[in-house]
Design a protein around this ligand. Structure first.
Ligand code: SF4
Ligand code: SF4
Length: 425
């Protein structure tokens, strides 16, 4: 059981004003879309061949081991290449490259009745490949296969700096949110559904209160503007005052992201899978930060170009926000159904100094880890000790690096340690 011994969370300047209210950009979809066929570290099985015609909603790949995740074409056109290139974690992944014919031809897609029962909802979530849109990408159907849920938490916290795509999705698609939440609530079997949002998002809270007024069992829960409030363990602890070992259901909770509920509501009405995403393109090194609506498979490069390009010669491009995001090769990586942000930061020369052994990283770790000890164990190549120190509980929140006075890339070291333990099981 993680001890949660740190302060758990702290206020971090969000810089959300850069994209919270300006226009949403809707650039013309690219001529070529490159769909990465990985789900986390697992490669999906490709179901198409070069020269095959596809439409919006054609299934092009699937993962079917202990979870099922289908991959769909976001445009109509033709498969022109299947290639291996670096993915978000810099490891090579397979991409299906589709030449867009801009005809927007769509497969015949099934929809879902608002009278659907739990089993029908779960089957539909699975068939449409609805996954967690908050960055994690876990298949939504999987969480709802339980009869132990007491509380459904809809996560609209969006605590990471710069990112505003969830908030903008709620503003733009409040009817889909209402439908998606109502149906997820039914599928969960819970007595209460709490839509969790930060207390400083006053306009959004008013909109949610109006929208869900009179919906039995659905409440709006205000939370402090702290990081990482949107992390599942923090959310369960703050809202339900409970802790759990592995999954929120141990505390009687299912958690779904607000944008996930929106895509579910959209799929119910239109039959569409997640074929496009709203991506916050922001940071101190992008000229005109905006939210950009783009097809899955659009390159990070095109998204940044749509926002006017860079303000600096040397930049760091992250998939995700500045705290939890991973550095990527912007020319290779494309957006996936779980993407929510591209952050572009000025590259700063590494002025790291020796570890002071001050313990600040441990004091701020919401998982109760001792990062400095894990780094020592890495230096000693002591895999047993790394595992004993529970590096697998690291959520890569970035607080250790953010607070380290020696400017050590502590989080990056935690990622490496996690990869090491995963590789040498
Ligand atoms: S916060 Fe930085 S300097 Fe302090 S113990 Fe951790 S790694 Fe070392
Ligand atoms: S990145 Fe990992 S080790 Fe660092 S503070 Fe967050 S949970 Fe703790």
């Amino acid at each position: 059981m993680p001890f949660l011994i740190g302060p758990m969370h702290q206020h971090i300047d969000g810089r959300k004003e850069l994209t919270a209210h300006n226009e949403i950009l809707r650039p013309e979809p690219a001529k070529e879309l490159r769909i990465a066929l990985n789900h986390g570290n697992t490669e999906a099985k490709c179901l198409v061949e070069v020269d095959q015609e596809v439409k919006i909603g054609t299934k092009i790949a699937e993962r079917s081991d202990f979870v099922y995740v289908p991959f769909f074409s976001p445009v109509s056109g033709k498969v022109v290449r299947i290639e291996k290139k670096p993915g978000v974690n810099l490891r090579p992944v397979t991409y299906v490259v589709i030449e867009n014919d801009h005809q927007e031809r769509t497969e015949e897609l099934s929809t879902l009745s608002e009278d659907a029962n739990k089993e029908e909802i779960i089957a539909f979530l699975k068939e449409k490949g609805i996954i967690g849109c908050g960055g994690a990408g876990f298949p939504t159907y999987f969480k709802y296969q339980t009869d132990k849920c007491e509380t459904l938490l809809i996560n609209a916290v969006e605590c990471e700096p710069f990112i505003t795509s969830d908030a903008r999705m709620i503003e733009e698609h409040i009817d889909y949110l209402k439908l998606g939440v109502r149906m997820l609530f039914r599928a969960s079997g819970a007595k209460v559904c709490r839509i969790c949002i930060k207390e400083n998002k006053e306009e959004l809270i008013r909109l949610l209160e109006e929208t869900f007024h009179g919906e039995q069992g659905i409440e709006i829960t205000r939370l402090k503007d702290l990081y990482p409030m949107g992390w599942e363990r923090t959310l369960v602890y703050e809202v339900l005052h409970k802790r759990y070992e592995k999954l929120p259901i141990e505390a009687g909770a299912i958690i779904s992201n607000a944008t996930t509920a929106i895509y579910f509501g959209r799929a119910m009405k239109t039959g569409l899978p997640i074929d496009q995403k709203l991506i916050t393109v922001s940071g101190d090194a992008v000229k005109e930060p905006h939210n950009v609506l783009a097809k899955v498979g659009t390159s990070f490069h095109d998204l940044i170009e749509a926002c006017g390009g860079y303000t600096a010669d040397q930049v760091k491009v992250l998939a995700g926000g500045p705290m939890m995001g991973s550095s990527v090769n912007k020319d290779e990586v494309t957006i996936s159904p779980s993407s929510n942000a591209v952050t572009v930061l000025k590259y700063e020369k590494d002025d790291e100094i020796a570890c002071l052994r001050c313990g600040t990283c441990a004091d701020h770790c919401p998982s109760g880890l001792r990062p400095v000890n894990i780094m020592q164990a890495m230096k000693a190549n002591d895999l047993t000790r790394i595992k004993l120190l529970k590096v697998s509980d690291c959520i890569e929140c970035g607080l250790c690096s953010y607070n380290c006075p020696s400017k050590i890339a502590v989080t990056e070291n935690m990622r490496r340690a996690k990869r090491l333990t995963a590789l040498r099981k």
